[in-house]
Design a binder for this molecule. Structure first.
Ligand SMILES: Nc1nc2c(ncn2[C@@H]2O[C@H](COP(=O)(O)OP(=O)(O)O)[C@@H](O)[C@H]2O)c(=O)[nH]1
Ligand SMILES: [Mg+2]
Length: 312
């Protein structure tokens, strides 16, 4: 990637580095196939296909990309650069429709974000990163400690909130999650907060218990504000690859997901899952997590992502 692009996008280097494990293998693999006398013939296409599948792009999105490469000229593509350009175009076609930033309209106050996802996906840390981002945008966030199932979860949020002067509404471990969120929303409304971020459990005794609890949280919110939650954000660990897709389907069917955050794109070679999720679900991808620092939660931008992935 040119110096100009890096300058225009100050955190691009970080993105590029984070996507190295996924993109590096792809870029190296394609570079080794070219220049070739045969161009993108059937055999070479098969190798590109294998590279995409290894990056967890998934069968359908990979097929789409391969079809795109054939249409772009197939046998006439003899240089790696031509292949990268055609691949870039194909990836953008898949990602641009889901590249929809989360907008907080000022008339929706408090704007309620319900965070859902399995244990360890990154819900609580993403809440902290988002709260920081909102503070930087001069919005006042409040947090609801709705993961009452895990002993440490409430404390994790409280400690963070104290350190950053963000109020956290909590009851004890084992409390009714819906009641915590209800209290929090009431309080956020009364005190005119801009954003309420509600944490939730990622696992209960059974999966159906969890989905029922999430539905109940939605119901009690709607009693106070028929439009709440304004965003139901599913947090997925990119490192779980195709498993993340299954989780997304399950959560979406149960509670209706309006946006996705994909975490831990750093340190995984399965970052192609972003393409798989975009292609198969078509749900807006709001943010991606590329590290543990607050600034490592990046609003998802199709072009930035693809350029970082294919950087060489
Ligand atoms: N490297 C990396 N680690 C992350 C990212 N997002 C979350 N984590 C880590 O993932 C772990 C689980 O996160 P947590 O928020 O507790 O998950 P929760 O169970 O869904 O609330 C923590 O150690 C986080 O620091 C990310 O984008 N990159
Ligand atoms: Mg948590």
């Amino acid at each position: 990637m040119s110096a100009e692009t890096t300058e225009k996008r100050p955190l691009f280097g970080r993105m590029r580095q984070a996507l190295q494990r996924t993109g590096g293998a792809l870029v190296r693999g394609i570079s080794e196939l070219f220049p070739g006398q045969r161009g993108l013939d059937a055999l070479t296409l098969e190798e590109v296909e294998t590279l995409l599948l290894s990056a967890d792009v998934g069968v359908e999105a990979t097929e789409r990309l391969i079809t795109g490469l054939k249409q772009a000229g197939g046998g006439r593509l003899r240089e790696a650069e031509d292949v990268f350009a055609a691949l870039r175009a194909g990836m953008l076609k898949i990602l641009e429709p889901v590249s929809q930033p989360l907008l907080i309209p000022s008339r929706e106050k408090p704007f309620v974000i319900l965070m859902v996802g399995v244990n360890g996906a990154g819900k609580t840390t993403t809440i902290a990163k988002l709260a920081r981002r909102f503070q930087d945008d001069r919005l006042r966030p409040m947090l609801a400690a709705g993961d009452t199932f895990r002993a440490a979860a409430v404390e994790q949020l409280q400690v963070w909130g104290e350190r950053h002067q963000v109020p956290v509404v909590a009851q004890g471990t084992g409390a009714d999650s819906a009641s915590v969120v209800y209290d929090a929303l009431q309080s956020a409304m009364a005190r005119n907060y801009d954003v309420l971020l509600a944490d939730t459990a990622g696992r209960l005794h059974t999966q159906s218990n969890l989905m029922e609890e999430l539905k109940k949280i939605r119901r009690v919110m709607a009693k106070l504000d028929p439009d709440a939650p304004h965003e139901t954000m599913l947090v997925l660990d990119a490192g779980t690859g195709q498993n993340a897709l299954m989780q997304a389907r399950e959560f979406h069917a149960a509670v209706g997901v309006s946006g996705i955050t994909l975490t831990k794109l750093d340190g995984t070679a399965k970052g192609g899952i972003v393409l798989s999720i975009a292609y198969k679900l078509g749900l807006p991808i709001r943010f991606i997590g590329v590290g543990e620092q607050p600034q490592d939660l990046r609003p998802f931008d199709a072009e930035e992502f693809v350029d970082a992935l294919l950087a060489h």
